[in-house]
Design a protein. Structure first.
Lengths: 284, 356, 292
């Protein structure tokens, strides 16, 4: 499967702001731009001066050693943590003062490193919760079972099943989410995030705990998601075959700061990155 | 196809609940008209309906929304006293008693909903046990406030005096001739015209079940349960956490208020200490023993556990002791590790929240 | 002058709340459970002391010790029989069980001692210097305050500077990790219940000296108030319980004197709500953010 990986990758070109995006995205507004983003935890700087631009249809990677602050970046982007400094623009709109749920409504959806499903709800209900802001009717319409209730519920059911079929999970629809095997839970989290119709999908270690063939399948699926839903993807991952195989722009974080940005080839050849991962080369 | 089967499964449970309640009502009504119920048993019927509504509505907060509330009795109290005032003062405006009862219940529900909204603002900013203690505090505050309340009505309308210093009496209401004092501070409400009936209780239970079950099986209910299961994930998919917690809280308070109005209009006199901490706790016991998030469980839990101490009256002084022992043993039997797994298989759908 | 007499009354009531709250907060800190039966252990403590003094004619100090021993045993037995089997169960299950225990104790007390109030004679009484007595400071109040401060100091020293205290703190942070470090978690929890119940006995005796009527439900309202005090100060924190208890007692006494007797409790609870709004984890409580 690995042999057909590079076909979907575009050429990376610089923007006026000197950030790089895929060539095809250069004339559209970037889906995400952060400037000098940073957060302190009680005097300790966890992330600092984080500048990142992601193109409209880009698949980007955020990598770095353990404890580098990758998940903290995700938490900042989704306002789970309030940034101490800097700005985040989603579709060119400032996100200052927005809550996590408003960020989602602005078009950013995410998954979690430690899976966070609605474990007592069924698989289908999990996806329907994702569809919450896409298919709307009021609580009163629901309680009174008005015609709109039946119509929208039918629509939600069909949409949920459609999304589940993306990862071949229709048959699991009525299972309790908490009882699914690990891999299926990870996939369900991605589907739930997609259900919110995002323009940017943040995946936090999507391949964790997967075997090589599952990882290969996931790579296909990430590209498929981008192409089907016209969404950009930013992913945190330790599996370098996945990152190098699927990501167009890669950003390397160490001790809360960006130490390198570029394409897979550039990153692989960057001595600073190699040092961050492997330590300083000692003379033998 | 599987999906269709599942819809049928939850719908089946819901309809079984409606059917069960209706059958129970019909059977008990038949027994009642046949004169087969003792006076004591007759007197339980309306309270049982009220406490079923209380348990179902509390389950919406504790089981479905996942927040521990120890002040549900406070909403019942608000509903009871506002319902009594409405029921009494509207005697001339609405001569038809059942209609007046319905209006009184609506007034009780509305007042409790307002109280629920007001208390929800601070409560829903807190988490876990801190939230629980604030609901407890609220229940106590309501009880004390009503103790200080003097309400009467005459042809000019309602007269309300707040007896802060404890020195005021009914005469401070300055009622015109023919006026009636409804709430007399610490003495509570007196001289209430009894309006509640078992039929009204049945209708209220059914309405409550329809509201709660339909709410749970809708977009709103899914959102509430999603927030319970994982607040951060719920926010990450764009749910407004405060809004949905508030909906659960206010709907629950309104239903408790309705139950309170029905309860209040079932007696000729009522004191505010009737709805103290123990009342809230009692309802919580119904909900937990009936199963968190399990609506028909709450119905059965409330009916059985309300009747149990009453039925044990023959044992006189020992009845509450036995009740306490039964309660502890049931909790141990259903929650200790060995028996829990077994029971989980026997009663599907019984969910226990471990990190409450 | 009148103000001081209200203030002293408040401090002495607050000291009692603080002692009860210390028991609540220790048990909460370690077992993470709201032990609603705690208030009823207080009541049992009061009755034991009363019986020992009235029926057995034992001296006050012996009666207090006896009452502490009985309550300690009672606390450990309750924990072992009712709470220990539920260690892995949900917190609501434990809460309901605690309520069951509370019902049980109240009704058992009613069967044993009846509903007629017992009139409790204060355990200690010595002449006060005239100036102080004129300000409304009674000997019972002095004993209560001193006891509370002593308990507070001993408890803080115990928890912070002894091996057992360290074990307790470890258990309250992380039971699993504590177990891996060779701490006997079950025994530590039992010990906590023992200490909490012994404190409850002292609180019971002092409470009955403060308000001399003793009935089977004597403990419930002070129990709830002390629980409020523990939350007020930040549940799980020992100094928090002390400060919370004192403040609560003072607010209650002053509200009773200057605002309304009927509304004193309501005011206490309203202050609690306001405090929690400003500081959602109480005055000295730690805010532990959820890890994402």
């Amino acid at each position: 499967m690995a042999d057909k990986k590079p076909t979907h990758k575009g050429k990376m070109v610089p923007l006026p702001s000197r950030s790089i995006v895929p060539e095809r995205d250069v004339h559209t507004r970037p889906v995400l731009e952060t400037r000098h983003l940073g957060i302190d935890f009680g005097g300790l700087t966890a992330v600092d001066d984080f500048d990142l631009t992601i193109g409209r249809t880009e698949i980007a990677g955020l990598i770095g050693p353990n404890g580098a602050g990758k998940t903290t970046v995700f938490n900042l982007l989704t306002k789970v943590y309030q940034p101490t400094r800097g700005t985040i623009l989603i579709d060119g709109m400032d996100t200052a003062g927005k809550t996590t749920s408003q960020i989602n409504r602005m078009g950013v959806a995410r998954t979690f490193q430690n899976i966070r499903l609605f474990s007592n709800l069924t698989v289908e209900e999990n996806v329907k919760v994702g569809l919450h802001n896409q298919i709307r009717y009021s609580g009163l319409e629901g309680v009174l079972r008005m015609p709109s209730f039946w119509k929208k519920e039918k629509l939600a059911h069909e949409s949920a099943m459609g999304l589940l079929s993306l990862f071949d999970m229709q048959d699991l629809a009525s299972h309790q989410a908490g009882s699914l095997p690990y891999g299926a839970q990870r996939r369900l989290e991605i589907i739930r995030a997609l259900a919110t119709n995002p323009s940017l999908l943040l995946l936090d270690e999507p391949a964790a705990g997967m075997n090589p063939s599952e990882t290969a399948e996931l790579m296909e699926n990430i590209v498929k998601i981008r192409d089907t839903f016209h969404t950009a993807v930013l992913l945190i991952e330790h599996d370098m075959s996945l990152v190098m195989g699927v990501c167009e722009g890669i950003c390397v974080l160490n001790f809360g700061r960006i130490i390198a940005k570029g394409t897979a080839e550039e990153i692989q050849a960057n001595p600073v990155v190699i040092e961050a991962y492997l330590g300083k080369k000692k003379e033998a | 196809m599987k999906k269709l089967n599942r819809i049928k499964a939850t719908t089946k449970v819901d309809f079984a609940t409606y059917l069960g309640v209706t059958l129970a009502f019909l059977i008990v009504s038949a027994l009642q008209s046949g004169g087969m119920l003792s006076n004591a048993m007759n007197s339980w019927l309306v309270p049982i309906c009220c406490f079923i509504v209380m348990a179902v509505s509390l389950n919406l907060v504790v089981g479905i929304s996942g927040e521990l509330s120890l002040g549900h009795g406070g909403f019942m109290s608000v509903g009871a006293f506002s319902g009594i005032v409405a029921g009494m003062s509207l005697a001339e405006a609405i001569p038809l008693a059942p209609l007046r009862l319905a209006v009184a219940i609506l007034v009780g529900a509305a007042c409790a909903a307002v109280a629920g909204f007001l208390i929800g603002i601070p409560v829903l900013r807190l988490r876990g046990d801190y939230l629980a203690i604030v609901t407890l505090a609220f229940g106590q505050i309501i009880k004390d406030l009503i103790t200080c309340l003097l309400v009467g009505y005459d042809k000019d309308g309602l007269h309300i005096v707040f007896n802060l210093d404890g020195l005021r009496t009914v005469s401070d209401l300055h009622l015109e001739e023919g006026g009636v004092a409804i709430i007399k501070g610490a003495q509570g409400a007196v001289g209430i015209t009894k309006m509640s009936s078992f039929t009204a209780g049945y209708i209220l239970v059914m309405v409550t079940l329809v509201i709660v079950l339909n709410l749970i099986r809708s977009r709103t209910g899914r959102a509430i349960m999603a927030i319970r299961d994982n607040r951060i994930a719920a926010e990450s998919v764009g749910l407004n956490v405060t809004k949905y917690k508030m909906i659960a809280f206010v709907v629950s308070a309104a239903l408790a208020g309705a139950a309170g109005a029905l309860f209040g209009l079932n007696y000729s006199g009522l004191v505010s200490s009737r709805f103290d901490f123990n009342t809230s706790i009692m309802v919580l016991v119904y909900v937990v023993l009936g199963g968190l998030g399990n609506i028909w469980g709450s119905v059965i839990g409330a009916a059985v556990l309300y009747a149990l101490p009453e039925a044990l009256r023959g044992l006189q002084d020992y009845r509450m002791l036995i009740y306490a022992i039964v309660l502890i043993l049931v909790m141990l039997a259903t929650n200790s590790d060995q028996l829990k797994g077994l029971l989980g298989r026997l009663i599907p759908g019984r969910k226990e929240k471990t990190n409450g | 002058m009148v103000f001081f007499s209200y203030l002293f009354s408040g401090i002495s009531l607050g000291s009692i709340y603080a002692i009860i709250a210390l028991g609540y907060t220790m048990v909460y800190g370690i077992a993470k459970m709201l032990n609603f039966a705690h208030g009823d252990v207080i009541m049992v403590g009061g009755y034991i002391c009363y019986c020992s003094m009235t029926y057995l004619g034992l001296p006050a100090i012996v009666s207090i010790l006896l009452s502490m021993v009985v309550c300690t045993v009672l606390g450990v037995v309750i924990e072992g029989l009712a709470y220990k089997p539920l260690r892995q169960a949900g917190s609501l299950a434990v809460l309901i069980t605690a309520i069951g225990v509370s019902y049980f104790l109240q009704n058992a007390a009613q069967l044993i001692w009846g509903v007629t109030p017992k009139i409790f004679t204060p355990v200690v009484s010595f002449p006060m210097p005239e100036g102080l007595a004129a300000m409304g400071l009674s000997s019972v109040a002095v004993v209560t305050m001193v006891t509370c401060v002593v308990i507070m100091i001993v408890l803080t020293t115990f928890v912070n500077h002894t091996k057992l205290g360290k074990a307790m703190r470890a258990c309250s942070e992380d039971k699993g990790a504590a177990q891996l470090m060779g701490i006997n978690v079950n025994r530590t929890i039992s010990l906590t219940f023992a200490i909490g119940s012994a404190l409850a006995a002292i609180a019971g005796v002092l409470l009955c000296s403060y308000t001399p009527t003793l009935i089977p439900t004597t403990g419930s309202m002070p129990g709830i108030k002390a629980f409020t005090a523990a939350v007020f100060g930040g549940i799980g924190s020992i100094p928090g319980a002390f400060i919370g208890g004192l403040l609560l007692g003072i607010i209650e006494a002053l509200a009773k004197a200057y605002v309304s007797t009927n509304l004193a409790n309501a005011i206490v609870f309203a202050v609690l709500i306001v405090v929690l709004l400003v500081r959602p984890t109480g005055l000295l409580g730690k805010y532990v953010p959820e890890k994402v």
